[in-house]
Design a protein around this ligand. Sequence first.
Ligand code: A3D
Length: 320
Amino acid sequence: MARKKIALIGSGMIGGTLAHLAAKKEMGDIVLFDIAEGMPQGKALDLSQCGPVEGFDAKITGSNDYADIAGADVVIVTAGVPRKPGMSRDDLLGINLKVMKAVGEGIKNNAPDAFVICITNPLDAMVWALREFSGLPHNKVVGMAGVLDSARFATFLAWEFECSVKDVNAFVLGGHGDTMVPVKSYTTINGIPVDDYAKIKGVSASRIDEIVDRTRKGGGEIVGLLGNGSAYYAPATSAISMAEAYLGDQKRILPCASYVEGKYGLDGLYVGVPTVIGAGGTEEVIEIELSDEEKGNLKVSTDAVEELLEACKGLDSDLA
Ligand code: A3D
């Protein structure tokens, strides 16, 4: 059987980490694409030379030509610019929207059968725009955020309870940003609801609230510490788990920015919801019962996403 092909659009910090992980896991041959000349080729060469040491078989190439992503089974998109000091949210939206247009056309013309995972921020708006520009079916375009946000929540809970991260099943819904909704009612420590476990361990409700708040601001905390750039190890490994679910038809239930139509009272929006990922792409959005407070929080989050989509429509007439 021919090897799978994984195309990475954007070969910066996350793109390079994605390539390393995909190669180590022998998920397939890898193409690193970027508009920066030489950089993806250089990273591809460097990463290829990990092969003999780490013992993986994967052909890794760098490219500035979309023709080289032809026939990709999975495309992971990190292309774009991060927000810089003095840049407004709308400035960032405008710049990355143009990037999504170029990337969407590149995918449409060269890899229309791929499963596409978007990571570029602002995530929920960019995955929506990428889907619009690429014209791919909604089930083949998804955003990565919930796996990462849930992993952050799980990490902080495991530290607090001094338990294994393997026993924490954390659950985050909604848009990717400060309005995301860490859902305590579905978060368990090996099946024990988090609030019950907190009582057993003598951890106060206010301490759990602090952890929820830290989760919401988890990306910003890392940006502040790094001083230049944003998180890349955990975002990359999160997207790889989604790619593996697709390539292996695993039917995993992962929180992803999926297209939601009809469920959660939403009508055609990409937002973080539990999603079955298998060979059909995003095969099903799971609608769970939420408390009134959780519903209210989700509404705040989805309203913020809708506002961004309106801004996108104002910036590009093709989206209106
Ligand atoms: P960075 O290291 O700057 O890499 C981005 C790459 O995109 C650079 O190499 C650019 O040259 C390239 N690029 C710019 N324009 C284009 C274009 N038109 N076509 C192809 N390539 C282009 O950033 P990064 O890898 O650290 O982050 C990438 C994106 O992920 C950013 O938008 C981040 O905000 C976002 N991000 C999202 C999450 C989520 O959880 C959703 C987490 C962390 C980062």
